[in-house]
Design a protein around this ligand. Structure first.
Ligand code: 4NP
Length: 177
């Protein structure tokens, strides 16, 4: 308490709000050597092109562990390079429990991997679990087809689809920021 007649002490300044942590996005496919590393590479480059690389975090993984530690499939690396993306330094890893505590958006390439993400999720997971292509405006499909056992065309198709969804996802994240 202050002395009678003394000026009242100034009320403490309200604490400045903590800056929001950058949203973290995890792309998820089966093996983490074709679709999700392609999505990661495309999305990273699109973020960098807009100067947003420090405002949105990105990673990728597979629900299966068969290719852990491996580089992307050379067909994915080559198809990406032709369109100006370098995904050669990425390495496959498997989905981990901790990912639910680190990522705000868990984006599956297809329904089967979406099922895994939902099934494994902690009951209190408060982030977004969905299909990546839900962010692709006017996309005729919602799944990125698995190109692993198919022809080279499938790898180009993956790129087309993830490019379209990347733009939509960036717009969504900017609106939420
Ligand atoms: P991804 O493709 O899930 O897009 O990485 C696949 C990679 C490997 C296998 C299947 C799909 N595999 O059966 O080994």
């Amino acid at each position: 308490m202050s002395k009678p007649g003394a000026p009242e002490p100034a009320a403490p300044e309200p604490a400045a709000p903590e800056p929001a942590a950058p949203p973290q996005v995890l792309f998820v496919c089966l093996g983490n050597i074709c679709r999700s590393p392609t999505a990661e590479g495309v999305f990273r480059q699109r973020l960098a092109a807009r100067g947003l690389q420090d405002r949105i975090g990105v990673d990728s993984c597979g629900t299966a562990g068969w290719h852990v530690g491996k580089s992307p499939d050379p067909r994915s690396t080559d198809a990406a390079r032709v369109r100006g993306y370098d995904i050669s330094t990425l390495r496959a890893r498997q989905l981990q429990w901790e990912d639910y505590y680190s990522f705000d958006y868990l984006l599956a390439m297809d329904e089967s991997n979406l099922d895994v993400l939902r099934r494994e999720a902690p009951v209190d997971y408060a982030g977004h679990i969905g299909l990546f292509l839900e962010f692709a405006a006017d996309s005729p499909v919602l799944e990125v087809p698995d190109p692993y056992y198919g022809s080279g065309d499938g790898f180009v198709r993956v790129l087309e689809l993830v490019e379209a969804a990347s733009e939509g996802l960036i717009e969504e994240l900017l609106q939420r920021a």
